[in-house]
Design a protein around this ligand. Structure first.
Ligand code: AMP
Length: 227
């Protein structure tokens, strides 16, 4: 109940969580949302950056990511809130954090009335997401995502913007993906109930980004105003 008025007030800043299974298109939707004046924070991209830089966190994250399991809640909270502090008063979008009820509660406690005011669940059938992640290539430095099936790069194997080489993620393989999906079911999916009970949850369903994007865009345009 507490959040109903925030959601109905179209002038409020967007503080959005993109939610969904691994491979549901959170990264692709974030990319499209860059057309708005928003700050996008992807937990996975921040962790992968730490892995590339070889920081102590990166060394720990590398193992956890390859196993398809999750880093501790307090570590993730610290990491993401330090990034959020830089963008505090603007529209922001989180991709991949919170991912457990513990993380959701910790973030709400820390940000209080400035916490997430809309969660959009990207509901995509399991049957198509395994295929999707096998076709996924990324530009690691920027986090740009390509799919050889429906969103291929202009030049094969190269990032559209920088021309640099695309790579596949270590955890985008069949075995790790199964573990990630299990981790999603046991730890992440229960968060839907948490956000539903505080009236922050909306769900959009579809098989492709072309089906999902117009629904998601309408939701955002109806709830927030952009100058
Ligand atoms: P993603 O790019 O969102 O698929 O995240 C890649 C991996 O990073 C996940 O499979 C986890 O191992 C780790 N990770 C990302 N976000 C979180 C989070 N909020 N909590 C714990 N681990 C995370």
């Amino acid at each position: 109940m507490r959040y109903t008025s925030i959601l109905n007030a179209s002038t409020k800043n967007m503080r959005l969580l993109l939610f969904g299974k691994p491979g549901s298109g959170k990264g692709t939707m974030s990319q499209k949302l860059q057309s708005y004046d928003v700050n996008i924070l992807s937990a996975g991209d921040i962790l992968r950056k730490n892995v590339r830089m070889g920081t102590p966190l990166g060394q720990k994250a590398d193992k956890v990511i390859k196993q398809g399991s999750l880093l501790p809640d307090d570590v993730m909270l610290k990491l993401l809130t330090s990034e959020l502090e830089k963008v505090h008063d603007y529209h922001w979008i989180l991709d991949g954090f919170p991912r457990t009820i513990g993380q959701g509660q910790l973030l709400d406690k820390q940000l209080e009335s400035n916490s997430i005011n809309l969660v959009i669940n990207l509901d995509v059938p399991d049957s198509i997401i395994l295929d999707r992640i096998q076709q996924r290539w990324i530009h690691e430095k920027s986090g740009r995502v390509y799919n050889l099936g429906y969103n291929p790069p202009k030049v094969a194997g190269k990032d559209d913007v920088t021309g640099e080489a695309l790579t596949q993620r270590d955890d985008d393989n069949v075995d790790t993906f199964k573990t990630r999906l299990n981790t999603y079911r046991s730890h992440t999916e229960p968060l839907l109930e948490y956000y539903q009970s505080s009236n922050r949850l909306e769900t959009v369903s579809g098989k492709t980004s072309d089906e999902i994007w117009p629904q998601l865009n309408d939701l955002i345009k109806n709830k927030f105003s952009f100058s």
